[in-house]
Design a protein around this ligand. Structure first.
Ligand SMILES: Nc1ncnc2c1ncn2[C@@H]1O[C@H](COP(=O)(O)OP(=O)(O)OP(=O)(O)O)[C@@H](O)[C@H]1O
Ligand SMILES: [Mg+2]
Length: 475
């Protein structure tokens, strides 16, 4: 109705209602994607602002762009003039004197915004994306000599740098001497609790189901314990399938067809092992680790201490002499750190002197690990996008040993023997692919079968990979 200034809040779902009524000092809300967390943050902030005249509320996200999209634009629309937004202060002011402020924090330098500030209530939306020390420093601003409630709401998804901290506080309920268990309350909300989303966007649930297994467990079912134990659970070494290449990554070697592209990936090490892997790529884009040179003594994770000239002379020799590599153009990718030249020549310069050339790899860790996982995923016939020849012993030994990092949950523990994994990651990032489900959907849309409209998705089988000849002779 024109001129109607009343706000109309849609009914909250059951979990949102519980969160609205919760009065603990620290309220954890959510634990999975799409549960209606940001919606709760906006409405709870508005209700508090209207109820307690003069209250100061803070809403945070990692970046200002996220604040704009998730909170500021939706609140301007929702409040419809009931509070005035000041762009330079990043603040809504209500006629009763209440204020809602917006803050971001993506690095230590951003903490300056909170120096000396005081708020009564803090909503840390997507709080798992914050480092633990950012959380504790901003929480120190929740104070003030007044009668307003003092509260912090954390909305959470498993994962991110704050994962370990929130799992301890809200899931394991394991407290330090300074923390009081009675201050902490957790309300789990899954996307299935959000009836509004289920109704308006049923495909959202399907998009969560397509995620790689760990992320699906975390974001769809709100599992907090998935980032523990073995990092590459998806790696399979099944000798009974070395021949047929189904449901295994390790396979019998075969002669490399002439036209396949060859790559070399490299991770430098002296006290720790260096690792060099050679990869062949078939015409479907499937990658095969065909050879490797791993600079390890007989003791795991102990480097052979070869100088760079010795390492690259050996690599150059192998590429001149091995029948799979001789005469081929080899595309080199390496850890960008080898271009650092603190004193004189960089390791990359010394490689070039031996005729071994590299381009700097993309070393973003989490996207890189996702690329390795996407490659390891088996399709419905048990064919992955990455194979390892059984002569690549370092890959086969070290990959299954790697563990999740306790503090950076989607990452692996870098104390492990991760050199082969690192160069594999640089290589995978040089040829990024989509996750399996997305690949299937694209293939289906392009396949001629899609023209027959009565053919169901289940009836369309992936084409079996032609088997290549297996050689019996090993190097
Ligand atoms: N009670 C409700 N009534 C109507 N719509 C709602 C309600 N709760 C949530 N929604 C809508 O459901 C959608 C998802 O909610 P929201 O963005 O709050 O989820 P979220 O848990 O923050 O998701 P994410 O994990 O992706 O950040 C939004 O479009 C939101 O407006
Ligand atoms: Mg949200």
């Amino acid at each position: 109705m024109p001129g109607d200034s009343r706000l109309r809040m849609p009914p909250p779902n059951e979990k949102q209602r519980m969160a609205f009524l919760d009065t603990h000092r620290y309220v954890g809300y959510g634990g999975a994607r799409g549960g209606g967390k940001s919606w709760f943050v906006r409405w709870k902030a508005v209700l508090l602002a209207l109820y307690y005249a003069g209250i100061k509320i803070l809403i945070t996200r990692r970046t200002f762009r996220e604040l704009l999209n998730n909170h500021i634009f939706p609140l301007i629309q929702l409040l419809n003039g009931a509070a005035r937004y000041n762009h330079s202060d990043k603040c809504f002011t209500f006629p009763n004197g209440s204020t809602i402020w917006f803050g971001y924090c993506a690095c230590d330098g951003d903490l300056g915004q909170y120096q000396g500030a005081e708020y009564d209530v803090w909503f840390a939306d997507e709080a798992g994306q914050f480092q633990e020390h950012w959380l504790t420093q901003i929480d120190a601003c929740v104070r003030g000599v007044n009668a307003f409630p003092k509260r912090t709401y954390f909305t959470l998804n498993p994962g991110g740098p704050g994962h370990g901290y929130f799992k301890r506080l809200f899931i394991d309920r394991n407290y330090t001497e300074d923390e009081h268990p009675e201050d902490y309350s957790f309300i789990q909300a899954l996307c299935t609790d959000n009836a509004a989303l289920m109704k308006s966007q049923p495909e959202y649930m399907r998009s969560l189901q397509k995620l790689p297994p760990k992320l699906r467990q975390a974001w769809l079912y709100g599992r907090w314990d998935v980032y523990e134990g073995q990092f590459f659970e998806d790696f399979a070494d099944r000798p009974e399938h070395y021949g047929d290449r189904q449901w295994t990554h390790v396979i019998d070697p075969f002669e490399i067809p002439e036209g396949w592209k060859i790559y070399r990936s490299f991770d430098w090490g002296y006290n720790k092992p260096f690792s060099c892997g050679w990869w062949a790529v078939d015409y479907d884009g499937v990658v095969y680790r065909i050879l490797e040179l791993y600079g390890c003594t007989g003791t795991p994770n102990e480097g052979v201490k070869w100088t760079p000239p010795k390492v690259f002379a050996e690599i150059a020799r192998i590429e001149r002499e091995h029948r799979w590599l001789a005469g081929k153009h080899v595309i080199g990718i390496a850890d960008p750190a080898i271009w650092d030249a603190e004193t004189g020549k960089s390791v990359a310069d010394m490689a070039a002197e031996q005729g071994v050339y590299f381009s700097p790899g993309d070393h973003k860790r989490i996207p890189g690990w996702m690329q390795v996982h996407y490659r390891l995923a088996f399709d419905e016939n048990g064919y992955p996008q990455m194979y390892i020849f059984k002569n690549c012993k370092a890959f086969i030994r070290t990959l299954p040993l790697l563990q999740y990092d306790e503090s950076k949950c989607e990452d692996l523990d870098t104390d492990g023997e991760d050199h082969v994994a690192d160069e594999t990651r640089y290589f995978c990032m040089s040829r990024p692919i989509k996750p399996l489900q997305a690949r299937h959907e694209r293939a289906f849309e392009r396949s001629p079968a899609a023209l027959f409209l009565d053919v169901s998705r289940e009836d369309v089988k992936a084409v079996k990979r032609p088997r290549m000849e297996v050689i019996l002779r090993e190097e």
